[in-house]
Ligand binder design. Sequence first.
Ligand code: ZN
Ligand code: ZN
Length: 116
Amino acid sequence: MPRSFVNAARAVALASTLVFLGCPDQPTPPPATTNAPPAATNARAPIVPRVEVADWCKEHGVPESICTRCNETLIPEFKKKGDWCAKHELPDSQCLVCHPELKAKLEAMAPKEEKK
Ligand SMILES: [Zn+2]
Ligand SMILES: [Zn+2]
């Protein structure tokens, strides 16, 4: 068998392989998608919320209505406003690490409770 023929055959075989591998029309199985909503983000919220007199998150020392740690759906709102500390994953206006002076302000906002 002439050597040139072998080389040509190899080239054809190689070309076919490349075409096969690069074929864009090759059907791909659709990714397994579910219509289920993304995992609940408020999994940490108590199932039966306690009735608080004031709008206050005692755990995090901020008003509950703006507590991103209890309600992660608030995060995009803060990010949109540019009020976000990416380093500490907190609204900048609630980040006591970056703004220690906020502590006094937040403490002043906290509802007074009688400790027994
Ligand atoms: Zn909280
Ligand atoms: Zn910070």
